[in-house]
Write a protein that binds this ligand. Structure first.
Ligand SMILES: Cc1cc2nc3c(=O)[nH]c(=O)nc-3n(C[C@H](O)[C@H](O)[C@H](O)COP(=O)(O)O)c2cc1C
Length: 166
C-alpha cells in the first residue's frame, strides 16, 4: 500500500512520531508539510497527517510565531496542517488518518489538533477519515512521553489493517 505521512513540527516531537508511524506502515514516505506539494499525493492510497496541538486545535500562523518566540527551532510560519488541509482538492477520495502531539499534563483538557483536522476534513468532504490519535509530550518542547514512539508505530501498523477500509 502506498502511504504518505505529512507532518508539521516546531521542536521535532511530531516529526519523530510521524517517522514512527511511517515505520509501522511498513516504510511510508514522510514529508514536512511545507514541502508536501499536490504531486506528492499522486498514487497515494492512505494519507496520514499530523501536527502539534496549539491553543486546543491545529496551529495557526500566530501560534507558530509564538512557538518561535518561545525558542522553537523549526517549522514554517506560513504553512501548517490547517493551511495544508485547506488546500487539498475537494472531493478527495483517499482515506486519511490524523494525529497530533499534546502535552500530557493537560491531556484532560478538551481540544486536539487531530480532532480539529478531522472536523475540517469531514466538513469539506476532503478524504475519508479512517483514524485519529493523540501522542503525548511531557512539556511544550518535549520530550515525548516514554513509550509514545512504540505506540505510534503500532498505530501505523493498525492503519494498514484492511478493516479500517471496510
Ligand atoms: C503556542 C502554543 C500553544 C499550545 N497549546 C497547546 C494546547 O492547547 N494543548 C496542548 O496539549 N499542548 C499545547 N501546546 C504544546 C504543543 O502541543 C507542543 O509544543 C507540541 O506537541 C510539541 O510538538 P513539536 O515538537 O512537533 O512542535 C502548545 C504549544 C504552543 C507553542
Amino acid at each position: 500500500m502506498e502511504a504518505l505521512v505529512v507532518y508539521e513540527s516546531m521542536w521535532g516531537n511530531t516529526e519523530e512520531v510521524a517517522r514512527a508511524v511511517a515505520r509501522g506502515l511498513g516504510g511510508a514516505r514522510v514529508v514536512e508539510v511545507g514541502a508536501a506539494t499536490e504531486q506528492e499525493l499522486e498514487g497515494v492510497e492512505l494519507l496520514v497527517v499530523g501536527g502539534p496541538t496549539h491553543a486546543f486545535s491545529m496551529s495557526r500562523a500566530s501560534t507558530r510565531r509564538d512557538a518561535h518566540q518561545k525558542g522553537a527551532p523549526r517549522g514554517g510560519e506560513e504553512v501548517g496542517v490547517r493551511e495544508w488541509l485547506g488546500r487539498l482538492p475537494k472531493r478527495l477520495e483517499v482515506p486519511i488518518a490524523t494525529f497530533d502531539t499534546r502535552v500530557a499534563k493537560v491531556a484532560k483538557l478538551p481540544g486536539s489538533a487531530a480532532k480539529g483536522a478531522e472536523r475540517e476534513l469531514r466538513r469539506h468532504h476532503r478524504g475519508r477519515v479512517v483514524g485519529r490519535e493523540s501522542f503525548y509530550v511531557e512539556d511544550m518542547a518535549g520530550p515525548l512521553v516514554r513509550g509514545e514512539l512504540e505506540r505510534a508505530e503500532a498505530w501505523g501498523r493498525a492503519l494498514t489493517d484492511v478493516r479500517v477500509f471496510g
